[in-house]
Design a protein around this ligand. Sequence first.
Ligand code: NAD
Ligand code: ZN
Length: 353
Amino acid sequence: MVSRVVFGRGSFDQLGEILALRRPHPDAPFIFLVDDVFRNREDIVGRLPAQGPDKVLFVSAAEEPKTSRVDAYRDQIMSEYDVLPAGIIGIGGGTVMDYAKAVALMLTNPGSAADYQGWDLIKHPAVYHVGIPTLSGTGAEVSRTTVLTGPVKKLGINSDYTPFDQVVLDPELTRGVPKDQWFYTGMDCYIHCIESLTGNYLNAFSKSYGEKALELCRLVFLEKDERDEESADALMMASWHGGMSIAYSQVGIAHAMSYGLSYLLGTKHGVGNCIVFDQLEDYYPEGVREFKRMVDKHEIHIPRNVCAGLSDADFDKMIDVALSLEPLWENALGKDWKSVMTRTKLRTMYERM
Ligand code: NAD
Ligand code: ZN
């Protein structure tokens, strides 16, 4: 679990105080990985408590995080400093937060990030790392994974060392998120809730978080007519609770298939989940109906025909990636899932998207 968290409008200003207690050596830098959408935003960059040896690296979130870029950031940091960084601070959406987690892990674990894609392969604790979300929904701020695309697969580094040591939840930082992005990433949270609450891995612990997150998603996406402070606060809490819910259970079919889309087509996680979930009425009937009401209410465009024109080899690759995520299928369909979800069935489903 994340051991420390502060929440509140303006809490970003506490970052300096928080970090001051964590510098073991005057030469040890804090490395700020900041979403490059904020490059010219003084209200964020102007408030970074960077000093002395510290460094601000702007990170593009245009593509999903890659193991090769994690390795490159790690190598860049190691070549510039003689001491290990005092900490890595990730400020952005799921993409930048995942980079921060992965770079913190790879500073203390040898080899490539690709060597650790899987469950519990990490051997050594990461350097101190802090997550500061600027976009709500993924739950990356609270999860024990950092989702990476590597040379052969899209799979997270899931480990007890992955979660942040500190999270700063300041809903003011989500101001300015474009509406479609707000919706797609918010739906990531909604889909986490539906997949967790209807799954076989559900237990009382994950249920308590999933139900709270679902209630908050309904407030934000169905009851409220505008994106105001209450809605931003609620969505940040929903993201956290949705992340906690899946941390103790699992996601399901939408995520397995969305990973396939993203591996082959580079489709980003939030919109990819929406493209898939839109077609999953047979598996999540109530959830998909409610999702469609949210899409209509906010007049959101969900891309269609994204699989038109793909070759057999393309479909096979997507199917391989999706089927490799066995825990997700077992959570959704039970131990016997392989007899239900055949390659032919999956291909038909992808062809509809
Ligand atoms: P994102 O981080 O990719 O950002 C999407 C877009 O929003 C980017 O263009 C970014 O620059 C912009 N943005 C972010 N904050 C903004 C702000 N305040 N104002 C204006 N623009 C802003 O989107 P995401 O949906 O948060 O993250 C998706 C990533 O998260 C995927 O790579 C996915 O694999 C990962 N993910 C991780 C976990 C986990 O548990 N680790 C869970 C779900 C998803
Ligand atoms: Zn997700």
